[in-house]
Design a protein. Structure first.
Length: 368
């Protein structure tokens, strides 16, 4: 069987939504030889034009529908608020266009399932942006865990302790179930939850609670959960939008070592540490600590580069861009458990029809 010849021209990309996160996508497209930004769309045409002027002058399209009808793009980057992600992604996939979608990919699992179904029936690819999976240090640690070099993982902690002032929730679409989908568990914590699950594999059960301690919002501003994984690992997960000293942290204790990563919005080699258990051969520890000589931090650049390389070659998407539903399932299970006040298993999650349609859930209000 012969390998398909790699196209010589870059894939044509468009970005819909030109808010702050769109700049990271434009920069990543500029950095990869496999993609080229050719169009941008925003309901505010003046903002779209200003964005285009900053990024080498791609065309400003009047609407997404009109752009898709022209057949002028190969990939759509969805950078709009989460309430419109599903509709825009499905429209692009049905038009034969691959999709790179910012997180959260949808407001609920039903929407995400519809997006993945659209990708399957059109033989297109749907990649959700979880850039925390990327970086040479994360890849090194994942390899150690998968090889068994560190022994069996046993217990973990996952903390997203960020600070969002009251003004953050004053943006019209934030703080509302109908337009934001969920609180910081979905909007903030999902990044670290996704990295944890990428390192540890499939989850098996979740017991979660939602708390409103200080902010004016329909949703939670803090959540706590216990997540068990199929491998037998038990993890404590906390997400907060109220923490002035911000940090993003994961700790995994295995039979032979403790792995930690402490950072905020992105990690490099200096953020990772492997601490051996007493009695482990120092020569083995030196092998664990041998991070790749050529460091690459996490970020949109390596994620978009690897996605486009796969799209152009016809190869499967890299593991950094697959399994878009895994962390969304864990997040949904936290909301589902807070509603039922019971442990939610992976097998039973989709039986909660209300949470499949919307994450809206009761929140324990402890505001003073």
């Amino acid at each position: 069987m012969t390998t398909p010849e790699r196209p010589t021209t870059p894939l044509r990309a468009a970005i819909v939504g030109t808010g702050a996160i769109a700049d990271a996508h434009a920069q990543a497209l500029r950095a990869t030889p496999d993609g080229e930004l050719v169009a941008v769309i925003d309901r505010d045409l003046s903002r779209a034009q200003a964005f285009a002027d900053r990024w080498d002058g791609p065309a400003v399209a009047d609407s997404l529908d009109e752009l898709l009808q022209t057949g002028a793009i190969d990939v759509l980057h969805v950078c709009t608020p989460p309430g419109v992600h599903a509709g825009q992604a499905i429209a692009a996939l049905d038009a034969g266009v691959h999709v790179v979608c910012e997180k959260p990919a949808a407001l609920a699992l039903d929407e995400l399932d519809a997006m993945t179904d659209a990708a399957s029936r059109n033989d297109r690819r749907l990649a959700v942006v979880f850039q925390q999976r990327t970086g040479t240090a994360a890849a090194h640690v994942k390899g150690l865990l998968e090889s068994g070099a560190l022994g069996r993982p046993l217990v973990a902690t996952c903390q997203t302790l960020w600070y969002r002032a009251p003004e953050y929730f004053a943006v019209p679409w934030r703080g509302k179930w109908a337009t934001e989908g969920g609180g910081p568990t979905l909007g903030l914590g999902i990044h670290q939850i996704d990295l944890l699950a990428w390192l540890l594999g499939d989850w098996s059960s979740v017991n979660g609670q939602l708390w409103r301690l200080a902010r004016e919002t329909e949703m939670e501003d803090v959540s706590t959960a216990t997540v068990a994984f199929e491998s037998g690992v038990v993890a404590s997960v906390i997400t907060s939008a109220l923490s002035p000293r911000e940090t993003s942290s994961i700790r995994i204790d295995t039979e032979l070592a403790t792995i930690t990563v402490d950072h905020l919005y992105g990690h490099g080699h200096e953020h990772w540490r492997i601490t051996p258990a007493p009695g482990v051969d120092p020569a083995i520890v030196d092998e664990w600590a041998a991070l790749p000589a050529d460091e690459e931090p996490s970020g949109h650049d390596p994620l978009v580069r690897d996605i486009y390389s796969a799209l152009r070659s016809g190869a499967p998407l890299p593991s950094t861009a697959t399994d878009p539903a895994r962390s969304f399932e864990i997040v949904t299970a936290i909301y589902s458990s807070a509603t039922s006040r019971r442990t939610v298993t992976r097998e039973a999650l989709r039986d909660d029809a209300d949470r499949m349609r919307s994450l809206e859930s009761p929140v324990t209000d402890l505001r003073r």
